[in-house]
Design a protein around this ligand. Structure first.
Ligand code: MEV
Length: 425
């Protein structure tokens, strides 16, 4: 109980660190040193990061890589990726190059509508509620006018407000189902502010507002990315066999949830990396994407494949509610740099780039899985991590990498090789 503390957020950063080190670690000096090692030398920059959240004590580094050679709708792109998994950027780069000579990626934004709800309870006469709603509808819009003014100037705003009767699923439960266009902003604050203003306007003695909140399920904020080529252009020893096996792997993910989850995780390796690099909300994206993957009642693949009349076609369709203005996109210098690198895309353009990154990642995983197996490439990329963990010198790294050039990497194999090398020396 001694570890329960009041007023923690009011302590200075150093006091917070000291409290943490004293109460949760034995090696206090070492812990404090590690925490401080990750502070940014530029005080202004550090303060900026400190203020993103409460109780910041240090920074947590993630590698920031770039994947070049992406051709999307005929235009070259370099895609920034923030991810810790060793093979992700390499896979994206390889696949980008592969498709760059086969027509590149074709993308299309299908819709950009976002959704929010005022959830409420009402015990009275349904007809009376529906009449009240019709009378209130223009007033609900009016109540948000100061919030929507700027968004409307940018071509966005509230699209529609519908009263939905949910009483069959939950007694007395209704909702105002509100649709929004938020242009280049992700729109979470805008949507929530509008919903709260509407809820206040809609309030009546017999209406109990439970909550007002956007939905991260955005099945009408959809993007599609596709690659296609003649089967014979897929290359390799037997392109027909490769195409067939690849298609089978996708079909398995379409009907088998155990496989679909891992298949989609591979897609999210690519998408989340760009989401992070651009300062977008990866929790929102993940929640929305996986809900969409279950839209037909069973969790399924987000990507699809068809091999027909000698043509290989591979595509993905998924919801992505993103922002390229506002939020962290403007505040975090690296998020800004990522967007600049991609030519300051609009939110729909960023949806297309991310869908491409997801499809590329999925192609890389399925190509590896249906040919050499995943561990071959994965462990090769992981080799450096193992060597770093063992404190290998640059010379040792070079020699061991050479040794494993044509050998399957395993943790014990690398440990043994390094030990042997050290013995020889
Ligand atoms: C690993 O991070 C991702 C994969 O498991 C994806 C897949 O199995 O498709 C390789």
């Amino acid at each position: 109980m001694a570890k329960v503390i009041s007023g923690f957020s009011k302590l200075s950063k150093q006091e917070k660190i000291d409290w943490l080190a004293k109460n949760f670690f034995n090696n206090q000096n070492e812990i404090i040193e590690t925490i401080q090692q990750y502070w940014n030398a530029d005080e202004g920059l550090q303060r900026l990061h400190d203020d993103f959240i409460e109780n910041t004590i240090t920074n947590f580094y993630m590698p920031y890589g770039i994947a070049p050679n992406f051709i999307i709708n005929g235009k070259e792109h370099v895609i920034p990726m923030v991810v810790e998994e060793s093979s992700v950027v390499a896979a994206a780069s390889l696949v980008a190059k592969f498709w760059s000579t086969r027509g590149g990626f074709k993308t299309e934004v299908i819709s950009t509508t976002k959704i929010g709800h005022v959830h409420f309870m009402f015990e009275g006469d349904k007809k009376d509620l529906f009449n009240y709603f019709e009378e209130q509808k223009p007033k609900l819009r009016e109540a948000t006018s100061s919030i929507t003014k700027n968004m409307e100037k940018r071509g966005g705003g509230i699209l529609d407000i519908v009263l939905v009767d949910k009483t069959e699923q939950l007694e007395n439960y209704y909702q105002l189902h509100v649709t929004f266009e938020t242009k280049d902003s992700m729109g979470a604050n805008f949507i929530n502010s509008c919903l709260e203003a509407m809820a206040n306007q809609f309030r009546r003695d017999d209406i109990e507002i439970v909550m007002s909140i956007l939905s991260n399920y955005v099945p009408e904020c959809l993007v599609r990315a596709e690659v296609s080529c003649k089967v014979e252009d897929l290359g390799g020893e037997n392109p027909e066999k490769f195409a067939k096996k690849f298609e089978q792997a996708v079909k398995i993910a379409e009907i088998e949830p155990y496989r679909a989850v891992t298949h989609n995780k591979g897609i999210m390796n690519g998408i989340d990396a760009v989401v992070l690099a651009t300062g977008n909300d990866f929790r929102a994206i993940e929640a929305g994407v996986h809900a969409y993957a279950s839209k037909n009642g069973s969790y399924s693949s987000l990507s699809h494949c068809e091999v027909k009349d000698g043509i290989f076609r591979f595509w993905i369709e998924l919801p992505l509610a993103l922002g390229t203005v506002g939020g962290l996109t403007a505040l975090h210098p690296m998020a800004k740099l990522s967007l600049d690198m991609m030519g300051r895309p609009s939110a729909p353009e960023l949806m297309e780039i991310m869908a491409t990154a997801g499809l590329a990642q999925n192609f890389a995983a399925l190509r590896a899985l249906t040919t050499k197996g995943i561990q071959h490439g994965h462990m090769k990329m992981h080799l450096m991590n193992i060597l770093n963990q063992m404190g290998a010198t640059s010379e040792e790294k070079e020699l061991i990498s050479k040794e494993f050039e044509n050998k399957t990497v395993s943790h014990s194999g690398v440990v043994e090789a390094l030990e042997n090398l050290r013995k020889k020396v």
